[in-house]
Design a protein around this ligand. Structure first.
Ligand code: PMP
Length: 422
């Protein structure tokens, strides 16, 4: 059926071929980081074996090859986002660094005393704390758009919170904690009608949802390589060219300057203005290999496959007595979060017992502590999916959760019994 990953795709990921605690690994912590296909690992090895040198120095063959590989990766990232120009693609360490870059350049330029920055209750700390700290520094106010109990944005309320004081809107495309796919096109349009620029945190969208920044019309879009089958330590900041051109540099140093004197310096244009120092060339090469890999699988096919798995997971987990899904968004991608209420078990306890069965999930607040507070939980157990997961993974998860809850229930009953007979 459609929930079976074509075996060849799974076989392309060496890390999936291992036993953990004596059981074949079921890897369902993809929202934290994905495994890497052979093509990405090979691209990294090839780069270091043959082309490694510093870039943009132009003095010898290896440097030229490294430069060409780095710029080719930029073109691959441009295509992935359907950006108009390669100058709009800035390589960064990841989504976190991209958001900090924007907050500390564009943010400092445009947010002043009495102004407001609008985020939402479901933001990852990476798309919350940089704006909160910017507001503190500038005497501005962070405004938080509310969500429903199901974990969806209240779009009408969000729109009403965009006022003449609003200088920036920062919203996630897909929630890493609940899987909610936000109607970002409508958020962007609402903000732009009032002349307010928008950053989209696409860290969880990039692996699951086709992205077209021209169609979206956003000012900034960010994502991390490691969540989309690429290496850690590389990510992309997309900024519309006119916006990037209006921004001051963030970090200063080599490779981002035109002319330097002891008294003054002139800076390169985008993207180099924002890439001070030796860049992560191998990371960019690996990221490009990952994006090409995903294109090869087909982004629509990947999204459909994951949606089918997610539906199955939601169904199976909600069938288990005592298990409660946290967040019930109508449109979700990649993620299902749940709690064991009866008998009550901590998310960490559940994840430890799943780990003992070779099943990797994440437990905790998922870097969304304020969201957890809003939903009245301290944390959740989160299962998150990727192209290489299949229906058997979901069934093993559901069976393991069922048996963990069953054992805890039996433990409680025997304790109750002992209490009665004592
Ligand atoms: N935003 C979201 C929605 C995320 O899920 C994450 C990673 N968990 C980030 C931002 C931060 O990404 P990174 O840690 O790769 O910088």
């Amino acid at each position: 059926g459609p929930t079976t990953t074509p075996a060849p795709v799974r076989a392309l990921f060496p890390a999936l071929r291992q036993n953990v605690n004596g059981k074949p690994l079921v890897y369902l912590d993809n929202a934290a980081s994905t495994q890497k296909p052979r093509a990405v690992i090979d691209a990294l090895v090839r780069y270091y074996e043959a082309d490694n040198a510093n870039v943009h120095r132009g003095a010898h063959a290896l440097s030229d090859r490294a430069t060409a590989a780095y710029e080719k990766a930029r073109e691959t990232a441009r295509r992935f986002l359907n950006a108009r120009r390669t100058e709009e693609i800035v390589f960064v360490r990841g989504a976190t660094e991209a958001i900090n870059l924007v907050a500390q350049t564009f943010g400092r330029q445009h947010v002043g005393p009495g102004d407001e920055v609008l985020v939402t209750e479901m933001e990852h700390h990476a798309n919350l704390v940089p704006w909160q700290q910017l507001c503190r520094e500038q005497g501005a106010r962070l405004v938080v758009a509310p969500i429903t109990d199901k974990g969806e944005l209240k779009l009408d309320v969000l729109e009403s919170l965009i006022t003449p004081r609003t200088k920036f809107v920062a919203v996630s495309h897909v929630s890493n904690a609940l899987g909610t796919v936000n109607p970002i096109k409508r958020v962007i349009e609402a903000a732009h009608r009032r002349g307010v620029p928008v950053l989209i945190d696409g860290a969880q969208a990039a692996p699951h949802v086709p992205i077209d920044v021209q169609e979206l019309g956003c000012d900034f879009y960010v994502f991390s390589g490691h969540k989309v089958y690429g290496p850690m330590g590389i990510g992309v900041l997309y900024g519309r060219l006119d916006v990037l051109e209006s921004m001051p540099p963030w970090q200063h140093g080599g490779d981002m300057v035109d002319t330097v004197g002891f008294d003054a310096t002139t800076f390169s244009g985008p993207p180099y203005r924002f890439e001070a120092g030796t860049p992560n060339v191998s990371g960019a090469v690996g990221l490009a290999a990952a994006l090409e890999f995903l294109e090869g699988v087909g982004r629509r096919a990947a999204a459909d496959h994951e949606a089918t798995l997610l539906d199955l997971a939601v169904r199976r987990l909600s069938e288990i007595p005592g298990v409660r899904l946290v967040g019930e968004p109508g449109h979700r991608a990649g993620v299902v979060s749940f709690a064991v209420d009866d008998p009550p078990m901590s998310p960490l306890d559940v994840s430890a017992r799943l780990d003992a069965e070779g099943i990797a999930v994440r437990a905790g607040n998922h870097c969304c502590q304020p969201l957890m507070g809003r939903l009245g939980v301290s944390g959740t157990v989160r299962a998150s999916f990727a192209i290489y997961n299949d229906a058997a993974d979901v069934e093993r998860l559901a069976a393991a959760v069922r048996s963990i809850v069953g054992e805890a229930e039996a433990g409680r009953r025997s304790t109750d019994h002992n209490d009665e007979t004592a």
